[in-house]
Design a protein. Structure first.
Length: 294
């Protein structure tokens, strides 16, 4: 459906020949060559990850209503389901790694809460590019000589690249809980939210399903994501609401039902509480100005 900003293009993971291991490598130059009609500048929603490193050049990228300027050292991590567009990458150079959701084992809380775009300093960028080159060489060897193929090796090299590129996490307050248990709890909660947020709107629903009390979920979420469990849940619902309002022509009442609200009034109250603006006005402002209201 279109609403003046163009329909969102759904992208499925279709590996190229020789890339049947759940990961594929290309670069910005190849992306431009594969896309002569510049479909990349329109909204798209992949069902796979894209990790991009800008080695040189400048440009811009938009992800879920935020515009990110790109320059040497920029890292872009597009997650499955994220609505994004490459608004300006004509001068960018550097590697892009595409991989299936299950190919990177054991997401940590740091990986799960990393932003869509951040910057590497001059010391870390060469190391990240080397890690990407190593992954690319092993991937190329596996494609040329199948007996050398090792999905486990490629997975570990991808994990090493992600660890090399992740932004520094802010220091946790002394009172914040820590340890693998809290990471495990947060990962379980985050996965459950992603699966059920369109019909479970209370933390108590997740606590009951996961076998934890609500306070445990709140402590773990605050330690990992810097916010409480209810705020984390509300932000996920709000993000999907914005996606529906911005990128479809669905009536607002239909958007509300898709997100599990009993009626339009409840959805309007929720949306206004989160943004300060009713959903109809937010949609109109977005469509008319092309801006990204927050």
């Amino acid at each position: 459906m279109e609403n003046g900003h163009g329909a969102v293009r759904q992208l499925r993971y279709l590996p190229a020949v020789g890339s049947a291991y759940g990961v594929e490598l290309l670069d910005f130059a190849r992306l431009r060559a594969m896309d002569p009609h510049r479909r990349r500048v329109r909204p798209q929603r992949p069902d796979f990850h894209v990790l991009a490193l800008v080695g040189s050049g400048t440009g811009a990228h938009e992800a879920d209503f935020r515009t990110h300027p790109l320059a040497a050292g920029s890292v872009v991590w597009i997650r499955p389901g994220m609505v994004h567009r490459w608004s300006d990458i004509d001068a960018c150079d550097g590697p892009l790694i595409l991989f299936r959701p299950g190919f990177l084992p054991g997401f940590t809380s740091a990986e799960a809460t990393a932003p869509a775009c951040w910057e590497l300093d001059g010391e870390r960028l060469p190391l990240a590019l080397l890690a990407a080159e190593h992954l690319g060489r092993e991937h190329g060897a596996a494609a040329r000589t199948p007996r050398l193929a090792s999905p486990a090796l490629l997975s570990h090299l991808l994990a090493a690249l992600v660890l090399r590129t992740l932004p520094d996490a802010p220091a946790a307050p002394r009172s914040a809980p820590s340890g693998s248990r809290h990471t495990e709890v947060f990962r379980a909660y985050r996965a459950a939210v992603e699966e059920h947020f369109t019909h479970w709107h209370q933390v108590s629903d997740y606590a009951q399903a996961l076998g934890y009390d609500a306070r445990t979920l709140t402590r773990a979420t605050r330690a990992a994501a810097g916010t409480g469990a209810k705020t984390f849940l509300d932000q996920r619902i709000l993000l999907e609401a914005r996606r529906l309002l911005a990128h479809t022509d669905l009536p607002v009442g239909t958007c509300a039902r898709r997100l599990g609200f009993r009626d339009l009034a409840n959805f309007t109250t929720f949306f206004r509480r989160q943004t300060g603006t009713p959903p109809t006005l937010w949609r109109t402002t977005y469509a008319e100005s092309g801006a990204h209201p927050t």
